[in-house]
Design a protein around this ligand. Structure first.
Ligand code: PBG
Length: 326
């Protein structure tokens, strides 16, 4: 029979052939697991909007970190929920702040885990914004000094990577300078380079108690329709000295991820955010979707879009599933 079309199905005929032509792989090494640490003892609070995600007190942290290490997940990102908040977020840069203690403890107990510290003020300020407020406005430059102090205190506590998520202008330059001056020239910055003002962060704000108490974050986080602006944001972070670039959220922004990867050539990190987690969990708990297949498909799509690493609340499940697929 004569044909004038391609027989693409030839390469899909068997599992063996499909494996030979597979282009994208999700690996355990790609995963970063987010954790929420809180004050108190024996606290293991499930976040209501994020089934399977817990706020943990430090006495329960080692067990959790041992599990992460046993699953061969290489890195965690630490979010702190402090006991006290004030208008300048001073617990964010306190030597014995919750994040600083958690970082020291993890590096002590699990030295081979890479510990990433989220550097922001919103969990620590009583108004819930990511910077200093004056007359109802989030001020840029005065916030930089506090963020820099926070980053340096996290590096001092032993954080392997600093991940500033506040979206003030110039935060990478300010933090790089602060780290260098304090002697942490080798501590990389994983910047939330492109962070959209997204409804997908809703459940996180339950988990981290970080909802803004007035207004919204639209004057500092990016407007979702903007692609060229996202590339400008990514480029300025590269110029300012970022080592990794986070694109956040992930699923609705895979186009941006691909462009950031192609235009910068830097390691790109997808942040598979809380709302993306909760939507899958909710549907899975109703029996409407196959959680495992959906999660692996979605995480793989982020790799295909150019992400080198993925911050995901599914990291532990994904690591188990990746093992089982082999
Ligand atoms: C704080 C911060 C946010 C997230 C991580 N760090 C979002 C925000 O409240 O603006 C969101 C993560 C998630 O939704 O999983 N600046």
């Amino acid at each position: 029979m004569e044909t004038n079309f391609h027989r693409h199905r030839r390469l899909r005929k068997t599992a063996g052939l499909r494996a030979m032509v597979r282009e994208t792989f999700l690996r355990k090494e790609d995963l970063i697991y987010p954790i929420f640490v809180v004050e108190g003892e024996k606290v293991k609070n499930e976040v209501p909007s994020m089934p399977g995600v817990y706020q943990l007190s430090l006495d329960l942290l080692n067990v959790e970190m041992n599990q992460v290490e046993d699953l061969d997940i290489p890195a965690v990102i630490v979010f702190g929920v402090p006991g006290e908040k004030d208008d300048c977020g001073s617990e964010a840069y306190a030597e014995n702040g919750i994040v600083q203690r958690a970082v020291r403890q993890i590096k002590d107990n699990n030295p081979s885990l890479t510990v990433i510290a989220d550097t922001c003020l919103c969990q620590f300020t009583d108004h819930g914004h990511c910077g200093v407020i004056e007359n109802g406005e989030v001020l840029n430059d005065p916030s930089l000094a506090l963020l820099t102090k926070t980053a340096v205190s996290q590096a001092k506590a032993g954080a392997d990577i600093i991940a500033p998520s506040n979206m003030m202008d110039g935060f990478v330059a300010a933090i790089r300078k602060g780290l260098d001056e304090a002697g942490y020239i080798d501590v990389p910055i994983m910047s939330y380079a492109v962070k959209f003002s997204s409804a997908f962060y809703g459940p996180f704000r339950d988990a981290a108690h970080s909802s803004p108490q007035f207004g919204d974050r639209n004057s500092y986080q990016m407007d979702p329709p903007n692609r060229l602006e996202a590339l400008r944001e990514a480029n300025s972070d590269v110029e300012e000295g970022a080592d990794f670039l986070i694109v956040k959220p992930a699923l609705s922004y895979l186009d941006i991820m691909r462009e950031v990867k192609d235009s910068t050539g830097y390691p790109v990190v997808a942040y598979n955010v809380s709302g993306e987690y909760s939507m899958i969990k909710g549907a899975a708990m109703n029996g409407w979707i196959n959680e495992r297949e959906i999660v692996l498909e979605k995480l793989t799509s982020m790799k295909r879009a150019g992400a080198d690493l993925i911050i995901t609340y599914f990291a532990k499940d994904a690591a188990r599933w990746i093992d089982e697929e082999k």
